[in-house]
Design a protein around this ligand. Structure first.
Ligand code: AMP
Ligand code: ZN
Length: 486
């Protein structure tokens, strides 16, 4: 187990040695997407960053339970419990059931995550699947005196909570300033305090998604789902809680308050926040209308794009920035990443062609240490990538015969490249001319043809659907079957 990892903790505002509560086990909870529309590239950046963290912790010998939720209910348009329900609005627009919307965009999200080669989380719980747990938590917060009911809606009492707790512990904001910057309550508001937020919201008769509760039919507020699901799967106290930086001020601040009010302690030891993907300096978001969909990026169909970029180029582009820095999207930066990624992959293809010598002039241990040091320093992938390019330079020189390497060191060089590029950075070769891949696919297509000839349509369909799920489309014609990546 690697004990040299330092993590920047939003809670303490400094880097701290990573000491999990129950090593080698690590519990990590990341706020997932709200599945009422397609995820944009900004959302993807957050999930790719946590994928890198998940992968590096596993490489470091930890056994990580990674929980990433799906928000599929209870998300109103305004952050302060006002506006339409996003799912209901979308369902009306697309003339579908809200759960059809949820299913459609969850599948789309999974497709995108697979394209970016992110590992699936260990558990992916949904808000609608955990209504009972959320109700139980609201009940406890009420019992503990930190919430109140107004006509079927339950609000968290921020003022009462602030008498004994630091409500802004995550962001260190001044409560008075926050109050001054929050809209005054109007006569129509039910809540008592401007900063109070809903734990449970009373349903109107026409509300599409509603559940029975001790306070009548309603639906959960947005923040309670993550408190309830993280406690259920990782315990009331766990190691890492993460999400995008935009969540720290509201969603995560309220999560801390809910857990403290319910369980009397902080939910997570380390809070980690990824910085925003921006376009010309403005945060990419659905509401700002500057959210590229991954599909538009791959095909180059967005007006801001000169051309399309492959998923691995985009993943590499994201890894070239530290997760706590903002990353500005531009064609030039993506062009540079495309070149860098090709150089990396080219070095991988040269590696097996290098022959070892009896004596050598290089030692790989130091480069590996530098790569690990960079990742130990709060997952500093850009520095680790810069170190890997030193290995790329060595590979190119070895291939040209300008350097000698022993068999033992060549083995270490190969391992270093494979661990970092494939296992930790999650990059993969995208070249369709990969012969082993083509041969396996030809074999599978031949098996399907055989099944069809034997009228075993169940098997032939299973093969076609299975390939589709991993992004391979088959096209049958009178000349045979061809395939393409979707
Ligand atoms: P949402 O679906 O809007 O709830 O967001 C899902 C995740 O993406 C959250 O962790 C957000 O903080 C994160 N996120 C949203 N916009 C961006 C962005 N422009 N850059 C990075 N992460 C983002
Ligand atoms: Zn959350």
């Amino acid at each position: 187990m690697n004990q040299d990892i330092q993590i920047y903790n939003t809670l303490t505002r400094k880097k701290e040695p990573f000491q999990p509560l129950n090593p080698p086990h690590v519990g990590m909870y990341v706020c997932g997407p709200t599945v009422y529309s397609d995820v944009h590239l900004g959302n993807c950046r957050t999930f790719i960053s946590f994928d890198l963290i998940f992968r590096y912790l596993k490489y470091s010998g930890y056994r990580v339970r990674y929980v990433r939720n799906i928000t599929d209910a209870g998300h109103l348009e305004g952050d302060r419990d006002e506006g339409d329900d996003k799912f209901a609005k979308r369902a009306k627009l697309e003339q579908l059931e809200p759960m059809e919307i949820v299913q459609k965009y969850t599948l789309g999200f999974h497709d995108v995550m697979r394209m970016f080669n992110t590992l699936p989380p260990s558990i992916e719980p949904t808000a609608t699947g955990h209504i009972i747990e959320q109700i139980e938590m609201v009940k406890k917060i009420l019992e503990n005196g930190f919430a109140y009911e107004v006509d079927g809606t339950i609000y968290f009492d921020v003022e009462k909570y602030s008498q004994t707790h630091n409500y802004t512990v995550l962001t260190n904001r001044n409560l008075e300033d926050m109050l001054a910057n929050t809209r005054e309550l109007s006569g129509q508001d039910d809540k008592r305090g401007r900063l109070d937020f809903a734990l449970w919201i009373k349903a109107k008769p026409e509300t599409l998604m509603q559940w029975a509760s001790p306070w009548g039919p309603g639906f959960p507020g947005w923040h309670i789902e993550c408190s309830a699901m993280s406690a259920k799967y990782l315990g009331q106290e766990f190691d890492i809680h993460g999400g995008g930086l935009d969540l720290a001020a509201t969603h995560h601040t309220n999560e801390v308050a809910q857990s403290e009010a319910c369980n009397h302690h902080q939910p997570a030891k380390y809070w980690m926040h990824t910085n925003m993907l921006t376009v010309n300096g403005t945060r990419m978001s659905k509401s700002a209308g500057n959210g590229f969909l991954p599909g538009e990026l791959f095909t180059g169909s967005h007006p801001l794009l000169k051309k399309g970029y492959s998923p691995m180029t985009v993943r590499f582009f994201m890894l070239q920035a530290h997760y706590r820095s903002t990353l500005d999207f531009s064609n030039e930066a993506l062009d540079a990443s495309e070149k860098g990624f090709k150089r990396l992959m080219n070095a991988m293809s040269l590696l097996p062609k290098i022959t070892a010598s009896a004596t050598g002039e290089i030692s790989i241990g130091e480069i590996r240490k530098k790569c690990e040091n960079a990742m130990n320093d709060d997952f500093n992938s850009p520095v680790a990538i810069a170190e890997l390019f030193e290995a790329v330079r060595i590979i190119n020189t070895l291939y040209d015969g300008g350097l000698k390497i022993t068999a033992d060191e060549l083995q270490k060089l190969t391992e270093l490249m494979q661990y970092f590029i494939y296992d930790i950075f999650g990059l993969k070769d995208e070249d369709n001319s990969n012969t082993a891949f083509n041969e396996v696919l030809d074999m599978v297509i031949a098996l399907r043809r055989e099944a069809k000839e034997n009228k075993d349509y169940a098997t032939s369909d299973q093969i076609r659907i299975g390939l589709q799920e991993i992004g391979i489309q088959l096209k049958d014609s009178k000349d045979g079957t061809t395939w393409s990546k979707s």
